[in-house]
Design a protein around this ligand. Structure first.
Ligand SMILES: [Zn+2]
Length: 192
């Protein structure tokens, strides 16, 4: 598995791409539309998440969970088709084309929180749990993938909940050199 892979609108994944090893995430992550829905995460990514989750709990008492992770090409296709049927061509402006969603890589995690034992996905970046992730995710190999003010670079609007596993080496390198987007990191790599 290539943890440095860049997935975006210019670099889509093939329809046949699937992560090598997907693992079921067992923790309850809120009411899903489909009760049979299983949250799947790439194996190494999930282990790194568990490490981060344990640290957040131990250091601050924050309970951070995986809300959504792997989504297949076929799933993204279905979402697009449903929205095209309901809303017409405008669906292209708010639904990612199949292959361009980083969630197909299995390396992307949308987080949610337990606050006072209750699941919530209603939070913003002023929440201390999210601030903790901004300041600490790199220690565990994660980056905030769609930072504020970088929409013109990433092609996606700011998402304070979407983290991407890139491995500790890259995440630390980006943090130490204040490189905010994975696109910029890849451009720098090509120059080396
Ligand atoms: Zn996401």
């Amino acid at each position: 598995m290539d943890y440095s892979m860049l997935v975006n609108k210019q670099n889509p994944l093939d329809s046949s791409f699937e992560p090598q090893e997907l693992v079921v995430y067992p923790e309850y992550n809120g009411p899903k539309i489909d009760p049979n829905h299983k949250t799947l995460v790439e194996a190494t990514t999930l282990n790194a998440f568990y490490e981060m989750q344990a640290a957040a709990m131990k250091e601050q008492g924050y309970h951070i969970i995986v809300d959504s992770a792997y989504r297949s090409y076929a799933y993204q296709q279905k979402v697009l088709e449903r929205n095209l049927a309901e809303k017409g061509e405008s669906a292209y402006s708010f639904v990612a084309l199949p292959g361009t969603s980083e969630h197909q890589s299995g390396l992307a995690i949308d987080v949610a929180l337990y606050i006072d034992g209750e699941y919530t996905d209603q939070f913003d970046d002023t929440f201390p749990q999210i601030q903790w992730l901004f300041n600490n995710a790199h220690r565990f190999g994660f980056i905030l993938r769609y930072p504020k003010g970088a929409e013109h670079i990433t092609g996606y609007k700011y998402e304070c909940w979407h983290f991407r596993y890139v491995g500790k080496e890259i995440a630390l390198d980006m943090y130490d050199n204040n490189i905010r987007t994975f696109e910029e990191y890849h451009t720098l790599l090509k120059r080396k």
